[in-house]
Write a protein that binds this ligand. Structure first.
Ligand code: IPE
Ligand code: IPE
Ligand code: MG
Length: 237
């Protein structure tokens, strides 16, 4: 059972393992990505039902541009189809959609769907759904440094708060919980600055096999942990 008053406000998910899921079945990798996109829909729905305020899905990393051309172009077509199809659902569900990353690198058509989705959902008050696309944590930090310099920001006014406001995630709370599927135990350049005190949940389940039940299990595991943020547990003070 989940405790209502200890729900993570922000969950980030590194949706990994689509390729291996397909390979195990003798299918082309893109079939794994298709299944993964379906799974994303299911988990978004579950997150809304659970009352999660912000859900960030890592869908395509900066480094993923180095994959074979053919996989990248199939992923882009899938992304385009997905966003086109889901936009109405986002509106209906009251989702606020937001994309983070170097969006300008994406095909023009996808950029315009993203702009449309952000515009049409900006007044919504439901869950914030953040899509990390062409995203890399180091790249985001470097871009924030450049913004600070170009805007002529006074060096003394650079603080953790003012710097956070220059990141793509400006205004969002840091992730309380980061889930990574597929058995890899690494962050792979996801939300580097923002994950300073995130709780991490790793599972061997491949992303297409992830389920609402396991999502709830991950949240329940999170709720059983003691977050200390570098302090001494309150009962010992
Ligand atoms: C995650 O699945 C999706 C993306 C990175 C786009 P992978 O494609 O990385 O799947 P594996 O890790 O090869 O199994
Ligand atoms: C991380 O998965 C990126 C996404 C899930 C979008 P990768 O498959 O790209 O990460 P590595 O290469 O295993 O670290
Ligand atoms: Mg992978």
């Amino acid at each position: 059972m989940l405790s209502r008053d200890k729900m993570p406000a922000h969950i980030g998910i590194i949706m990994d393992g689509n390729g291996r899921w397909a390979k195990m079945r003798g299918l082309p990798r893109i079939e794994g990505h298709r299944k993964g996109a379906e799974k994303a829909k299911e988990i978004i729905k579950a997150a809304i039902e659970l009352g999660i305020e912000t859900l960030t899905l890592y869908a395509f990393s900066m480094e993923n541009w180095q994959r074979p051309k053919n996989e990248v172009s199939m992923l882009m077509s899938l992304l385009e189809m997905y966003l086109k199809k889901e936009l109405n659902a986002f509106i209906k569900e009251g989702i606020q959609f937001r994309a983070i990353g170097e969006i300008w690198r994406l095909p023009e058509k996808i950029q315009s769907i993203i702009r449309e989705a952000e515009d049409k959902t900006s007044g919504n008050t439901g869950m914030t759904l953040v899509a990390a696309l062409s995203y890399g944590g180091r790249n985001e930090i470097v871009r924030a440094v450049k913004k600070a310099i170009y805007s002529g920001m006074d060096v003394e006014s650079i603080t953790e708060d003012s710097f956070s406001a220059l990141l793509d995630t400006a205004g969002l709370p840091p992730p309380d919980l980061i889930i990574r599927t597929s058995g890899e135990r690494r962050i792979s350049n996801f939300l580097l600055w923002q994950s300073a005190y995130s709780e991490l949940y790793f599972t061997n389940t491949l992303w297409p096999d992830f389920s609402k039940e396991e999502f709830i299990h991950a949240i329940s595991d999170y709720q059983s942990r003691e977050r200390r943020f570098g302090a001494v547990p309150s009962r010992e003070t």
